[in-house]
Design a binder for this molecule. Structure first.
Ligand SMILES: [Fe+2]
Ligand SMILES: [Fe+2]
Length: 377
């Protein structure tokens, strides 16, 4: 079963996951066939889908400028920020790792700070690449979705994503200490999403899965970062992302109601493959390579067993938006609960009754909240 979904017999086989070559390292550009028809519609009735129309009107009023609306004059010292969060001396227990018998056992303050600084460079690099994936996917949705309200909304999301790529790239270039290439597993997922010819698969892969995980990840980083610039950047990006995920849920809810069980099964498999790819990306293997440590040794130091299963509660929490949204779309229950079973196996089903993201964008609209506060001042 699993080989049809992902390229290995056991989805948790750590050796197989770590041995997938990274095709993005020496590239300047990367080409993917997108296999789609561009669809014109002659039905211009605006507001035929009221929820999408409302989202479009909201998006027009919530635009912000990445150059002028963020405090770029903030002085950022990555090592100092790392020390504030993790201390200056190794504390492996705090990060849930057992390092006896590994090369990390002899690490001092220098390597400890370097590792966390690299983790930050890596995370923000993956966010930046993911944002470019979102830019391309949403441009594709403008072409392929047959509904005018969805084309209008998607056009605003294209601008949002351009701004997100721009601000993450600027933060990396001007405030941090280095870039990473696109992670293999995130890259394979983006390639899969873009090359699928069916318009709803772009939404399912990007708006539901990738952006659902991003929204949760931005939320965690926003909560813990001591840097006021990054905090504000993430707050504004999340305000846009909540709309994007809502766009996916609202569009697919209507479409999936009309699909057969066999058609839904293809969507369930795609969602599960995406979940596995994103879990595998969280192994952050490139950081360990850069630190000169065998990735498998480092990954196993943070695990109870020998496999790629999720154990870190913070990583598990990253699935807290995806699972309720899949439920809302009927993907957990179709085909005798096939996806519910798979999500149980990877340990994320406990989020199924958490709030879905179809209306959360109203609460997360930090841009409008700040404008209202400024007007009232
Ligand atoms: Fe984005
Ligand atoms: Fe987005």
């Amino acid at each position: 079963m699993s080989e049809q979904i992902i390229d290995r017999a056991d989805p948790n086989d750590l050796d197989a996951i770590l041995s997938v070559p990274n095709p993005y390292v020496d590239e300047v550009v990367h080409a993917v066939k997108d296999n789609c028809d561009a669809i014109f519609t002659w039905d211009y009735e605006k507001g035929a889908r009221p929820a999408l129309n409302k989202l479009y009107e909201k998006a027009k009023g919530a635009q912000w400028n990445g150059e002028t609306d963020l405090p770029w004059d903030t002085d950022v010292d990555p090592e100092k920020l790392t020390a504030t969060l993790f201390g200056t001396e190794p504390n492996w227990e705090m990060v849930g790792m057992r390092v006896e018998g590994t090369p990390m056992q002899s690490w001092g303050s220098k390597e400890w700070l370097e590792m966390h600084t690299e983790m930050q460079n890596w995370s923000l690099s993956q966010f930046m690449h993911g944002e470019q994936g979102a830019l391309i996917c949403t441009a594709k949705i403008v072409e392929t979705v047959p509904w005018i309200d969805a084309k209008y909304y998607a056009a605003t999301q294209v601008v949002d994503e351009a701004r997100h790529v721009e601000v993450f790239a600027k933060y990396l270039d001007t405030k941090l200490t280095g870039h990473y290439q696109l992670n293999t597993h995130l890259g394979l997922l983006l390639d899969d999403i873009i090359s699928d010819s069916r318009w709803d698969m772009t939404y399912l892969g990007m708006q539901i899965m990738v952006e659902g995980l991003a929204l949760a990840a931005f939320g965690t980083m926003h909560m813990i970062t001591p840097d006021p610039l990054l905090k504000q950047l993430l707050r504004y990006v999340m305000s846009d992302e909540a709309r994007h995920v809502a766009f996916g849920v609202l569009s697919l809810k209507e479409y999936y109601e009309g699909l057969t069980e066999a058609e839904l099964f293809e969507r369930q498999q795609f969602a599960f493959e995406a979940a596995l790819r994103m879990r595998d990306r969280l192994l952050n293997q490139e950081v360990w390579e850069r630190m000169g440590v065998d990735p498998k040794t480092a990954i196993l130091a943070g695990k109870r067993g020998e496999s790629a299963t999720l154990e870190d509660p913070f990583q598990i929490l990253l699935f807290s938006k995806i699972v309720p949204n899949c439920k809302k779309l009927g993907l957990l229950d179709a085909n005798d609960g096939w996806l519910r079973q798979r999500f149980s196996e990877i340990g994320v089903i406990q989020f199924e009754d958490w709030a879905d993201t179809s209306i959360e964008y109203e609460e997360l609209d930090a841009v409008s909240a700040d404008r209202a506060a400024a007007e009232g001042a």
